[in-house]
Design a protein around this ligand. Structure first.
Ligand code: MLT
Length: 409
């Protein structure tokens, strides 16, 4: 068998695997040192009680012949799809049907798997910096071309930098598939309604599809920031939205998310005929996926109960408060900072012009906190590091104390 040689084009390991390995090596060499993790966006609060109770009941369902659940629907149970449609869309005045919602084992898998429904020749537009899954999964599918001076020859790069406050604008070139994330990972910056409108207009004019990663929408606090791309007129004809329960309800280990593919969204076949993308995604999921676990879906459903909503809001507030602590500490010390207002991520410019990895190493070995090197999200991230607000409030305060003590010297 000949391998998919696109694997050999990629850097040897995924960003967060490299960070994790460096951290492990450091801890093995320095067993007494307490390193505070401010790198990967993994949550620290336990699962909301409403979801826990629902999952316990679902486990009991599995013990009885009359309530046992075997294979579930590949698209997800109707009870969860209907709860999502009612609470995440109808309650915001957005008309999304439960039939357009596909429950999955998380946003990351869906963002990579969606590549199965668009052509290998598609021109893909990505933000630099951006969540590495968009680039790496499309390179694996053969859409990257060659890596030349740190950039893939077939991608359209949308530069995000200090000059545009890390908000990309629609490119001058044509793209077929556009990856957008708002509030953005890693910069924490979010699109306003007007900014997002420009993207929808671009996609409609180019007969393109936006893959809209909305994993952090629960963190939006500004009135002018849309929670869903479908709040923008025309978006149901040009956008797929991907969401997750990981960052809102602590499901990073349980795994559950969903993808919305509206019935009115079409792509084109080689003859230029319209083809409904929902049909393709359903075919893809029924072929390669057997659905998220019944127990987990019952847990996710309970997040939409009154108790569940209160508990999720409490968790989100807790992490937003951590993000505020980081943001204020950095600003107070005179650093240049983005994000942390509508987002759990804070994007910080190296205080003394160090490279991202140098600063990562310095933070780890001298300050004993880990962060994510900005360059791991793309060339424009060089010279930046990302902090996450997902640690405990005690650890966040201690990490900021260490950081400030060190860098104020
Ligand atoms: C991140 O830290 O960027 C995310 O946690 C990674 C992910 O969600 O896969």
């Amino acid at each position: 068998m000949q391998i998919n040689d696109n694997f050999e084009k990629l850097p040897e390991s995924y960003l967060f695997s490299t960070v994790g390995r460096k951290l492990r090596e450091y801890k093995e060499a320095h067993p007494g040192v307490d390193v505070i993790r401010m790198d990967i966006g993994d949550v620290t609060l336990p699962i909301p009680q409403a979801a826990l109770d629902a999952m316990h009941r679902a486990v009991d369902d599995m013990a009885d012949k009359s309530t046992f659940h075997g294979y579930g629907p590949e698209q997800g149970y109707a009870f969860l799809r209907e709860a999502v449609a009612a609470n995440d869309y109808h309650a915001r005045g957005v008309n999304i049907s439960a039939d357009d919602i596909f429950i999955s084992d998380g946003a990351k898998s869906d963002l990579g798997n969606l590549g199965d429904i668009y052509s290998h020749d598609s021109i893909v537009a990505v933000c630099d910096p951006g969540y590495p899954v968009y680039v790496d999964s499309n390179v694996l599918d053969g859409r990257g071309g060659e890596l030349v001076n740190g950039r893939w020859s077939r991608f359209v790069y949308m530069d995000c930098n200090e000059a545009n406050a890390f908000k990309p604008v629609p490119p001058a070139q044509h793209a077929d598939v556009i990856f957008l994330c708002s509030p953005a990972n890693p910069t924490g910056v979010a699109f306003s309604r007007d900014e997002l409108k420009a993207w929808v207009e671009y996609a409609l004019a180019n007969k393109a599809v936006i893959i809209y990663d909305s994993a952090y929408c629960a963190y939006i606090t500004s009135d002018d920031v849309p929670h869903s791309i479908y709040e923008i007129e025309g978006a149901q004809k040009c956008a797929i939205e991907v969401r997750s329960f990981s960052k809102t309800a602590g499901f990073t280990g349980l795994r559950c998310g969903y993808t919305v593919v509206p019935a009115s969204l079409c792509g084109y076949d080689a003859e230029g005929r319209e083809v409904q993308l929902r049909k393709l995604w359903l075919r893809r999921q029924t072929t390669k996926f057997n659905g998220a676990s019944y127990i987990i879906q019952r847990g996710a459903e309970a997040l939409y109960s009154e108790q569940g909503k209160r508990e999720v809001a409490c968790n989100v507030d807790y992490y937003l408060n951590n993000a505020r602590t980081i943001r204020e500490a950095m600003l107070g010390a005179g650093f240049t900072v983005f994000g942390g207002e509508n987002s759990p991520y804070i994007w910080v410019k190296s205080p003394n012009g160090e490279s991202s990895w140098d600063l990562f190493d310095k933070c780890l070995s001298e300050v004993h906190i880990s962060c994510t090197p900005g360059v791991g999200f793309g060339d424009n991230g060089e010279g930046y590091i990302r902090f996450t607000g997902f640690n405990t409030s005690e650890n966040t305060a201690e990490a900021m104390r260490r950081f400030m003590n060190f860098f104020k010297k």
